[in-house]
Write a protein of this length. Structure first.
Length: 655
């Protein structure tokens, strides 16, 4: 049964190659879309089979399935092999399940696009690379998938490369793709350094070998400098892929791509790669409390910063983009305080409701003829009833309204942020404020888009419900967003049960060594759990009430009054704390100026070009002198030859 894992990445690879080569010749869009979807649907079925196999056998140890030897030299032995365990199968289910829905949705969304086949080819490439990333049994194969999703995201974000894009120093969609590519390379440098150090330290790049060695010698490695450096470098890679500060600036501009791309990147694939990498290396991270604290603090600050920016954004996709950055911050806080399985739980619930929200936003954009400004919408509920209802379910989930999926995972993160010895009330407070902001801007987004007066131009815009291929994905995602949280009921909701929640029990073998190192034991149900749950629920409900009241007023008097009275703060948030401008002023422009004035004008032109051109000029002038000796008179050549012979004989006689 484990051999099935080989075929999970194989099918999307086949789809990428065949559609990429022959897609242009196929004029039937539905055939291309159905084939591409099938190349992701089959791996989803195989993932389900692997899931039931692991569940039925109760396997506690990972199994490595060898495909072929890649590199074998000296102590370095790297194979293309996949690791079958609870973590890899969980991510495979999320990637292929949500990915399949997005593929089906894209058939309707991309209808009529001149490069329809190319889009689905890139989608299959994305899924192939992401599956390699999470299924790999060693760091190098993970890094190959890591770079692969970076390439695929570049291709998809800049898919409409000839369309204008409004961003800081960005003019075209292709520029946004390049920005994502470059920013991620910074994080990838950290991943590379970490790999080198891991090989030097553990003489292996296999996950199982490294984790077992570290766990068996945890007293030796605990809080050691080398482990701290390794984990910090790994986390640097995670800040790039998962858009955490200071490398979060690429993700909002990734909205330049078609909406299905946004859903794929945000919900199920690229941005969760950082969460996966920390979880896969939970043993190493648990050996460094300093790194764990860095992970938690960076996650909390990112969650709060991104949520505050989301309060004032008017582009429907950018609101959701900053929401993703914020929710990723919540996940990293869970990992940073040692609640590894809760971080994975939030990855899963986030895939459900964020996939739904992006797909619903795409449905709105599709119906609004690609207008994305929510202040130019309103009253869409009667035109798009399915989209409206499903979007509302996603809003309830992300706002943490009981008993939707987001409530189940977010409240657990808040509890561990409070109760963990690596957290405290201050960490909980930061996340609680971020949750407050999240609830407000999501209900603001819903009410401005679907209720109130119709603020669009009826002459040019005719809102309508999306085709069935799109609404099918919306309905399925809405069901998952509503009930997916029951896969891991918090202990506070079932205090009579002494069994571990389902997901925690499923992932226990993955995090057993890390929990042992941290001395982590299961928390019983404590009264404080209910207090914090009540506070978090009250926050969500109160922000729901505020948003509904404020935006039921056609004049939006209250929010406009606050924006006017706090003009400076509003402008700062609207301009995203001017983080892009800061990077341009302190890093990009000085590097560009140095490259242009020193590296190019001085080093390249004066030194390098000077040496090359000077050499050529010297040879040219030398040739001019030597050319004078070529007179064409035979007697002169004979005299020169005789002088030469006499000179050589004389030198030999007297030496």
């Amino acid at each position: 049964m484990q051999e099935l894992i080989k075929f999970l990445p194989l099918f999307p690879l086949i789809g990428f190659v065949l559609i990429g080569i022959f897609g242009k010749k196929i004029k039937n869009e539905k055939l291309i879309g159905a084939f591409a979807s099938l190349m992701v649907g089959i791996p989803f079925i195989l993932s389900i089979m692997l899931f039931y196999h692991l569940l039925s056998t109760g396997s506690q140890t990972p199994e490595i399935v060898h495909v072929f030897t890649w590199i074998a030299t000296g102590a370095l032995n790297i194979s293309v092999s996949y690791q079958v365990d609870q973590l890899s199968v969980t991510f495979a289910l999320i990637i292929t399940g949500i990915g399949f829905l997005i593929h089906v949705y894209s058939i309707g969304y991309m209808h009529g696009d001149r490069s329809f086949y190319r889009f689905f080819s890139y989608l299959n490439l994305f899924i192939f690379m992401m599956l390699n990333l999470v299924l790999a049994s060693n760091y190098l194969l993970t890094f190959l998938g890591w770079e692969g999703v970076g390439l695929a995201s570049y291709l998809l974000i800049g898919f409409w490369y000839d369309k204008k894009f409004e961003g800081v120093r960005i003019t075209w969609n292709g520029d946004a793709g390049m920005k994502a590519f470059v920013v991620n390379r910074i994080g990838d440098f950290g991943f590379l350094i970490a790999m080198f150090l891991i090989f030097v330290t553990f003489n292996s790049l296999d996950y199982v070998s490294v984790s077992e060695t570290a766990a068996a010698n945890y007293d030796f490695y605990m809080n050691s400098a080398i482990i701290t450096i390794i984990t910090l470098m790994l986390f640097l890679g995670c800040t790039g892929k998962s858009a955490q500060l200071p490398l979060s600036v690429w993700l909002p501009d990734a909205m330049a791509g078609p909406t299905p791309v946004s859903a794929l990147i945000h919900a199920a694939t690229m941005v969760t790669a950082g969460i996966f990498l920390v979880a896969r290396n939970s043993v190493l991270f648990s050996l460094s409390e300093s790194t764990m604290m860095v992970v938690a603090v960076v996650g909390a600050i990112t969650a709060l910063t991104a949520a505050s920016i989301g309060l004032v954004q008017n582009d429907i996709k950018k609101v959701l983009a900053y929401s993703t950055v914020s929710q990723l911050g919540f996940m990293f806080v869970a990992l940073g305080v040692g609640a590894f399985y809760i971080g994975i739980f939030h990855v899963m619930t986030h895939a459900f409701f964020k996939g739904l929200l992006f797909l619903a936003a795409g449905s709105v954009i599709h119906g609004m003829h690609h207008n994305q400004n929510i202040k130019q919408m309103g009253g869409l509920k009667k035109y798009m009833p399915i989209t409206s209802k499903t979007f509302f379910i996603g809003t309830l989930a992300i706002a943490g309204i009981p008993l939707f999926s987001g409530f189940m995972s977010k409240d657990e993160i808040l509890w561990y942020a409070w109760s963990s010895h690596l957290g405290g009330w201050w960490l909980w407070a930061i996340l609680a404020i971020a949750a407050l902001f999240t609830a407000f801007y999501m209900f603001r987004l819903y009410y401005l888009t679907f209720t109130g007066d119709e603020r669009f131009d009826h002459k040019h815009v005719h809102p309508h419900e999306s085709p069935k291929t799109m609404t099918f994905a919306l309905v399925v995602s809405a069901i998952l967003s509503a009930f997916g949280g029951f896969l891991n009921l918090p202990p506070a909701l079932v205090p009579w049960s002494h069994a571990d929640p389902l997901l925690k029990s499923w992932l226990k073998p993955i995090f057993a060594d890390a929990n042992m190192i941290m001395g982590k034991h299961a928390h019983g149900v404590e009264p404080m759990m209910y207090v914090l749950m009540a506070v978090a629920t009250s926050i969500g409900l109160f922000m729901w009430y505020v948003a509904r009241k404020w935006y039921s007023d056609p004049q939006w008097s209250a929010p406009r009054g606050i924006a006017t009275s706090m003009k400076g703060i509003h402008r700062l948030l609207f301009n995203k704390y001017k983080l892009d401008e800061f990077y341009f002023a302190t890093l990009i422009d000085p590097i560009y100026a140095m490259s242009k004035n020193f590296m190019w004008r001085f080093t390249d032109i004066k030194i390098i070009d000077g040496i090359i051109n000077g050499s050529a000029k010297f040879v040219e002038q030398l040739g001019e002198r030597v050319r004078l000796m070529q007179s064409g008179i035979a007697q002169n050549y004979a005299i020169i030859m005789m002088v030469g012979i006499i000179s050589i004989i004389s030198w030999l006689m007297f030496n």
